[in-house]
Design a protein around this ligand. Structure first.
Ligand code: ZN
Length: 209
């Protein structure tokens, strides 16, 4: 059975191989600037984060309820998400092009410092009672910005991993989506073959005709 909410759910695509890149890929980075915004409301932001695997269903429900109670307060977390996305785009884009990150790196580090300040260790409780400790985000159920924090953390993990050398920008015109190239030959050129790859092939066929 299909959940009624899923019918209205925007079709997010997760082709980046990392939540940080999937967030970058929620808008098209065209020569005219960002276009075709996929995250237009706070509700959509929670759906995106759930699909990215960075927000649990229960936490997502809690945040949506909170945002519905305080509609005006939901605008600022959305700005926070856009600002984070722009920083990730600038930083990871520079790295993918083999350029120096410039001020994108200190901008990212300021975000990271803020996010790290929310991380805490809490007792993990199971059916048998207390079973050790685990990471937890302080305010994950009460701060509307919480859905962005795990994405920043994921970006930091990607940046310090060897895979940062495999971050690529799609070769499609006016796409600008990014992905970790995990193809066996390391020659993946498109965010998706069926969109950008196909468009490029059509264009070349037209040019050679
Ligand atoms: Zn593309």
């Amino acid at each position: 059975m299909t959940h009624p909410a899923s019918a209205a759910r925007p079709p997010f695509l997760y082709v980046g191989g990392d939540p940080a890149l999937d967030l970058v890929n929620t808008v098209d980075w065209t020569s005219r600037g960002p276009e075709d915004e996929r995250i237009q409301t706070y509700e959509q932001a929670t759906r995106w984060a759930e699909g990215a695997g960075t927000l649990g269903a229960a936490a997502g429900r809690r945040l949506r309820l909170l945002a519905a109670e305080r509609p005006r307060a939901a605008a600022s977390p959305l700005e926070y998400l856009y600002r984070t996305r722009a920083t990730l785009h600038d930083l990871l884009g520079a790295i993918a092009r083999g350029e120096a990150p410039g001020d994108a790196l200190p901008r990212f580090n300021r975000l990271l410092a803020d996010v790290m300040g929310r991380l805490e260790v809490a007792p993990r409780v199971s059916g048998q009672g207390h079973t050790g400790f685990g990471w937890r985000w302080r305010g994950e159920g009460s701060d509307l910005r919480a859905l962005v924090w795990p994405v920043v953390w994921s970006a930091a993990s990607l940046l310090e991993s060897e895979e940062v050398g495999s971050v690529r920008i799609c070769g499609g015109d006016d796409c600008g989506w990014m992905y970790v190239d995990r193809s066996r030959n390391g020659l993946r050129r498109w965010c998706q073959m069926r969109t950008c790859g196909t468009r490029e092939k059509t264009r070349r066929r037209r040019e050679s005709a």
